[in-house]
Ligand binder design. Structure first.
Ligand code: UD1
Ligand code: PEP
Length: 442
């Protein structure tokens, strides 16, 4: 068995969530910092040899892995509070991220752009991440090549080298979050002007640009599809707070609606939630927006709607499994079209075990709302699949046991404790079927 799986088995893979469903969620729940921003901001610190302090950093395994990679490269990492971390990349000794680290998460690809920007070279293993179908990195490599880097992939390692990075026009053939952010990381210290066209517009793109600008970079247009970057010679340290997690917030909103509850979701940027909010309102969910919180409640029937996932500002693919789950509880037939990933309906088999009536044909799912789910033993096959099963378990009659929760812990901080605060009956338990000795051996 490979080390990573063994390590995860020792830590969490054998743990599961046990949910006694059917409790109406009420009260306040706080959202943590955004995974998809934090995992880019951490490698971005490499671009300066002065320390940076990141606040509102979520306590999730993707962040621990990113910080572990930073330490392995010679950076010093120190937690000042539970969510504030000081990172200094002054004493960097290494420009290589090996297979064992990179394969644990998708966002390890950001070390390519950051190391290339810092050293003019990088050696990083091909990334891991959620199994959602084909996940190529050709657009990342196209961007690095446009800036003057030579790229070679051998034995699963991506090698980049450039004598001098020089600004250039980069047209992305597909709208890619990762390629947009990687192009920004590599271009901030390149000579001259870089223009990224057909750029992604997600809130985490803007967050990375804001962080880099606070370090002295000159990035304009983040959040639109044309980003301009004027290269600077050096970046300095900064203190910066990660934006709230739009997907964690959306998951809590769906959980509130699925249990016909009344929940105030705090520490959010309501503007970032608009694609989710507007779809949920169509389903019959009441949502009131405040400056940095949203109240979500249901006082009538949930009704069918169609959903198509798209890059921002479209409906986010990372919310697709959760909203599909909500629609199993609504009246009528809904059609869900996945517009980003080839295979993001693998969780449907597990929902069917809970009584959902969903048929899938390629990238389209047809949901017949049955209005009811029943608890069952199920397995999380990826992060948001796991989130969907949590929502289903909270709404279902009876007991749901969710295995493989290490996927969920990649992206949700203290999920069980947070949900208990709003009345959920959810416990994280070690699987008693696995004797302790065997667990140690794994
Ligand atoms: C760590 C992180 O931020 N992960 C998010 C990021 O993933 P990630 O950055 O991997 O997703 P991308 O936006 O790059 O992918 C979007 C689409 O572009 C394609 N593509 C991408 C890159 C490339 O070089 N070539 C190519 O063809 C992909 O196969 C996919 O169909 O954005 C996704 C889309 O919002 C989210 O689901 C992930 O949660
Ligand atoms: C797909 C996701 O993550 P990653 O790209 O890190 O695998 C996600 O956050 O839903």
């Amino acid at each position: 068995m490979d080390n990573w799986v063994a390590q995860k088995k020792g830590e969490t893979k054998l743990d599961k969530f046990v949910i006694h469903g059917g409790h109406r969620l009420t009260g306040e729940i706080e959202v943590s910092g955004a995974k998809n921003a934090a995992v880019a901001l951490i490698p971005a610190v490499l671009l300066s040899d002065e320390p940076c302090v990141l606040e509102n950093v979520p306590d999730i395994s993707d962040v621990s892995i990113s910080l572990q990679i930073m330490s392995e490269m010679g950076a010093t990492v120190e937690y000042l509070t539970k969510t504030t971390v000081r990172i200094s990349a002054a004493g960097l000794t290494n420009y290589c991220v090996p297979y064992e680290s990179a394969r644990k998460m998708r966002a390890s690809y950001y070390f390519l752009g950051a190391l290339l920007g810092r050293y003019g070279k990088a050696r990083v293993s091909m990334p891991g991440g959620c199994p959602l179908g084909d996940r190529p990195i050709d657009q990342h490599l196209k961007a690095f090549a446009a800036l003057g880097a030579k790229c070679n992939i051998e034995h699963g390692m991506v090698d980049l080298v450039a004598d001098q990075l020089t600004g250039n026009q980069i047209y992305l053939d597909v709208v890619s979050v990762g390629a947009t952010m990687n192009a920004m990381l590599a271009a901030v210290r390149a000579k001259g002007l870089t223009v990224i066209e057909n750029a992604a517009k997600e809130p985490h793109i803007v967050d990375l640009a804001n962080f880099l600008n606070s370090m002295g970079a000159e990035i304009m247009g983040a959040g639109t599809d044309v980003i301009k970057i004027r290269g600077v010679e050096r970046l300095h340290g900064a203190v910066y707070s990660v934006i709230p997690d739009q997907i964690e917030a959306g998951t809590f909103m769906i959980a509130a609606a699925a249990t016909k509850g009344d929940v105030l979701v705090t520490n959010v940027i309501p503007k970032h939630l608009e694609p989710i909010t507007s779809k949920m309102r169509k389903i019959g969910v009441n949502i009131e927006e405040f400056d940095d919180s949203v109240r979500v409640w249901v006082d009538g029937p949930l009704v069918r709607t169609n959903v198509k996932t798209m890059p921002h500002p479209g409906f986010p693919t990372d919310m697709q499994p959760q909203i599909t789950t909500l629609l199993t509880l609504a009246e009528g037939t809904s059609i869900i079209t996945e517009g980003v990933w080839e295979q993001r309906f693998r969780y449907v088999d597990e929902l069917r075990r809970m009584g959902a009536d969903i048929s899938v044909d390629g990238k389209v799912a047809v949901v017949e709302g049955t209005g009811k789910l029943t608890g069952a033993p199920v397995k999380a096959c990826d992060l948001r699949a796991g989130a969907a099963l949590i929502v289903a378990g909270l709404a279902a009659h009876g007991v749901t046991e969710i295995e493989d929760i290490y996927h969920i812990e990649r992206g949700y901080a203290n999920l069980d404790a947070k949900l208990r605060q709003i009345g959920a009956d959810i416990q994280k338990v070690s699987d008693p079927a696995i004797p302790a000795k065997l667990k140690e051996a794994l």
